[in-house]
Write a protein that binds this ligand. Structure first.
Ligand SMILES: Nc1ncnc2c1ncn2[C@@H]1O[C@H](COP(=O)(O)OP(=O)(O)OP(=O)(O)O)[C@@H](O)[C@H]1O
Length: 273
């Protein structure tokens, strides 16, 4: 469990509080989608959770331990895949032998399976990879590390079209009950089928903090013709297939799949809270 308790944070040398008296609780066995407009603080929040940035006030507790302490046993339970990163110019084998020892539950079988799903070989040199291939290797390593908290910033940026469905398969196959996974992204279609919980961040506060089951229980996401636009419609956007609609869901009516882009727009406009 992660508890963010009343944190205030501004970058050194700046006056603007990115977070002010901000709190959040995250529970294990959940894949969280962290959404928000540019500059709202999604990456900053991931860095704060990882312990790489420190809040000016308040505290972040990872499984009951203050993240700022950076105790080795706490750090070995956290893995962050940033949006951009470099890997050292070594073979994957050398990289794994050097770095896997920091993660007590590192699982070579998981690494091999993830790389296979991404159609990558185990015998590769990290300096011979494209950015997209590096991302697949690093995400495979991250999943194999078996940490209880896994943070991913824009994981599908730079992945080609087939790799995006490979990504969903890899994530779904390797998510275990005892983990918290947070995916920060603007590529909502790449992740919407994976998520258990949606967090929508606006400047310094959470505009939506709801499980996908709660959202599906209360709302229907569908396309409607102009003649079907009745009082049940809460939010609508015109599209080529008709109006994309969020409508109130009557008890007993079938659940629909969340249209995350539509939900995001409705929340940002203050129509759904
Ligand atoms: N190193 C830094 N120094 C000062 N300000 C920073 C720094 N990094 C980010 N910021 C500011 O903090 C705010 C939040 O940035 P952050 O990168 O967390 O947003 P984001 O929601 O991840 O944005 P995006 O969707 O564009 O990736 C922005 O206003 C940004 O200008």
């Amino acid at each position: 469990m992660i508890e963010v308790n009343n944190i205030t944070f501004s970058y050194p040398g700046t006056r603007r509080n990115i977070f002010r008296d901000f709190s959040l609780t995250l529970n294990k066995n959940n894949i969280y989608g962290l959404l928000g407009k540019n500059g709202t603080g999604k990456s900053t929040l991931l860095y704060l959770l990882s312990g790489m940035l420190r809040a000016n006030r308040g505290e972040i507790k990872i499984n009951g331990v203050d993240a700022r302490i950076r105790r080795p046993d706490v750090m070995s339970e956290i893995f962050m895949v940033p949006e951009e990163f470099d890997l050292p110019p070594v073979s994957l084998d050398t990289y794994v032998k050097t770095n896997s020892k920091f993660y007590p539950r590192f699982n070579n079988e998981v690494l091999a399976n993830c790389l296979k799903d991404f159609e990558l070989s185990l015998s590769i040199n990290l300096n011979e990879l494209s950015m997209g291939q590096k991302k697949k290797v690093f995400m495979s390593f991250a999943l194999a590390a078996g940490t209880s908290l896994l943070l991913m910033d824009e994981p599908t940026n730079g992945l080609d079209i087939p790799s995006k469905s490979q990504f969903r398969r890899v994530m779904a196959n390797n998510m275990s009950d005892d983990r918290i996974l947070i995916i920060s992204t603007h590529q909502v279609h790449d992740v919407e089928s994976l998520l258990d919980h949606i967090l929508i961040l606006s400047e310094s506060n959470m505009m939506l903090n709801a499980s996908t089951s709660e959202i599906c229980k209360n709302y229907r996401f569908e396309f409607r013709s102009p003649s079907e636009m009745d009082n049940s419609v809460i939010y609508a956007e015109p599209t080529l297939q008709g109006n994309a609609v969020i409508a109130g869901r009557e008890a007993g009516s079938p659940e629909t799949q969340i249209n995350l882009e539509l939900l995001f727009n409705a929340v940002v406009k203050g129509i759904i809270r």
